[in-house]
Design a protein around this ligand. Sequence first.
Ligand code: CIR
Length: 253
Amino acid sequence: MFTRAIVRKPCKNMVNGITSADYGIPSYENALYQHSNYVEVLKKCGLQVHVTESNEQFPDSVFVEDTALLTPSFAVITNPGAQSRKGEVVEMEATLKKFFPTIEHITSPGTLDAGDVMMVGRHFYIGLSKRTNPVGAAQLIYLLKKYGFSGSTISLKSVLHLKTGVSYLENNYMLACGEFVTKTDFGKYHIIEIPQTESYAANSLWVNGYVLVPKGYPRTLSLIKREGFSTIEVDVSEFRKLDGGLSCLSLRF
Ligand code: CIR
């Protein structure tokens, strides 16, 4: 169970965020609206939400998930793979100091976006992507072991981050799309296969017994419901325009 979340308000400069999507330029006003709704949903799931101010210096700073990995016993400040995002970690570290007595770091030449890290109990799967390199992953595995956790790497082919294509829903359930459906690493989980046409919804988010599902993906919604989960649809279409999903918008701990 989680008790808290950290989010950052979107900034006007988000229109200059990194994207590979072709859905147009995000509307800042609508993004603000969607973001405040997202915060309300997290509260409904029982979280105390720490909302940090926007930072115009960093167009992608609303996607806080990439800047830190939070475990039950320590936090890791990452070294984001995209040059324009590296400075986001400074404010995040200041925020995390309020909550975590122990903070570790991923350092250059290692790079790591925590959107590439999926927690399954005390094990962490780490995607090797354009953002997360083998040195960064090895640093994280070293740190995880130091605190009694474990980690292993997964190679990615086509997605931005590991959690773009796969999400752990607890109770041995995993949502998976495309290249992740048949990964032997995930053979022991009960896979809920997301159709390619709804691939964006593979980034759904388990929070304290609820599964948050992006709005507009009816097949995914019914597949998750069919397994007995309580679901909440959340509209994050403005963030989709910047390749961001539900999990990217918060850090839960
Ligand atoms: C980026 O390319 O870094 C942002 N536009 C999107 C980051 C999404 N984060 C995530 O999947 N964890």
